[in-house]
Design a protein around this ligand. Sequence first.
Ligand SMILES: Cc1cc2nc3c(=O)[nH]c(=O)nc-3n(C[C@H](O)[C@H](O)[C@H](O)COP(=O)(O)OP(=O)(O)OC[C@H]3O[C@@H](n4cnc5c(N)ncnc54)[C@H](O)[C@@H]3O)c2cc1C
Length: 472
Amino acid sequence: MRAVVVGSGPNGLAGALELARAGLDVDVYEAEETLGGGVRSLELTLPGFVHDVCSAIHPLGAHSPFFRSLDLDVEWVHPDAQAAHPFDDGTAVLLERDLDATAEALGEDGGAYRALVAPLVEHWPLVEPVLIGPHPPSAGALARVARALGPRPALHALAASRTLAERTFATDRARAFFAGHSAHSMLPLERRPSAGFGLSLLVLGHVFGWSFPRGGAQRLTEALVARLVEHGVRVHVSSPVDELPDADVVLADVAPRELLRLGHGRFPERYERALRRYRHGPGAFKLDWALSEPIPWSAPEVGRAGTVHLGGTLDEISASEWAAWTGRKGPAPFVLLAQHTRFDPSRAPAGKHTAWAYCHVPNGSREDYTDAIEAQVERFAPGFRETILARSAWGPAEIEGHNRNLVGGDINCGAMDLGQLFTRPVRSRVPYRTPLEGVYLCSAATPPGGGVHGMCGMSAARAALEDLSKRA
Ligand SMILES: Cc1cc2nc3c(=O)[nH]c(=O)nc-3n(C[C@H](O)[C@H](O)[C@H](O)COP(=O)(O)OP(=O)(O)OC[C@H]3O[C@@H](n4cnc5c(N)ncnc54)[C@H](O)[C@@H]3O)c2cc1C
């Protein structure tokens, strides 16, 4: 049996491996010169400075049910603290691996934080199959989690971030801390289920930590490719696919509109219409810096965190996310920043540093956000600009130009609101299947959506194998 995988992002590679492990003869075709899609590294600024082109922090890179099963040859770096949220008064709140330490730092909201997060952390083995397990989750998995935890966590996860933050926390600091995590959803904080993203990231921080590969994200891709080669999979770079290949199984790690292009009118009209209705979310504007020294944070403890959320209060973050969602240039953007070299000196020449940051912008925006992002860093780290040796700036056009899945700079390959979280790209129990026999979609445009976990690829491959066994 022959399989072709179109695209080599983490989902394409995961799908290819799952098919090869089942004995299929697999080829992977990648349009770009390098493998990995959203998991690549390049010297974007100066020689010797390694920058992650897309994904930089990988809470599920070692721990998704699929990646965990592989025992990959990747050295995972664990920063001292997972995330930091600095404030204008020169203080910060940190997401520590330890739940009690995190709660303590939230002062009078510590008890509320514990009540919100601890049940999910304690029952993680039950929660994981529902949140990030193979899709669709079994009725048994859903029932077990409901029995152990009752309806509250599900209601919290499906809520809007502002609603949950304001109902749960009394202080502006705790509300802002929660908002910063929720904004990873790329949804307005007033839109459901933005709270679920915040909660998930906090829980992952306590259960696994937010780690990243030593030497660059590319190392994860290299380890996956090494495993593919062991299984006899052939990988082809600089090989854009322009029509659906002829094979027993085709897994397409592509955006829905690209799948339609590859179909050249072969998909039934109803399916075409549904894919055309698929919505992309805001884009990203990304900066990478080569730095002469670590970022001089006003609150020194921010230096202990791998990820930093720069946006001030819940209201400020809300305004930034609304602007990106509704297509306007907003006030100061909410900035997500990673400072790998504090914990992984191999990514820069001796004594030098890198930083990676992006903000959410209207899909396809052509505005230059360089000054706005750097002003946000400078706000919490006066003197930051003097440490910059070189920078690389990529707006939505450059991001999409380097990976056609990132339509308009949308890093999740589709908005992840309630309408498209579980039913992406179409309303179907197994949305990986397409109406064409043997053709499956396996990109982040399928459940469980964006992020580096390989679970879309794994679930799509399993659907294909199930169908193959019926056809035999
Ligand atoms: C700026 C940015 C920051 C991010 N940060 C994080 C982060 O910190 N943590 C995290 O977990 N996630 C992050 N993500 C998201 C993560 O990178 C993606 O969700 C993930 O890579 C999706 O994997 P995928 O396999 O579905 O697709 P992709 O990784 O996008 O790969 C798709 C691949 O398919 C190829 N392709 C498409 N069409 C064709 C064709 N016709 N022929 C041949 N090849 C084709 C593309 O070239 C690409 O290589 C980030 C993304 C971006 C852009």
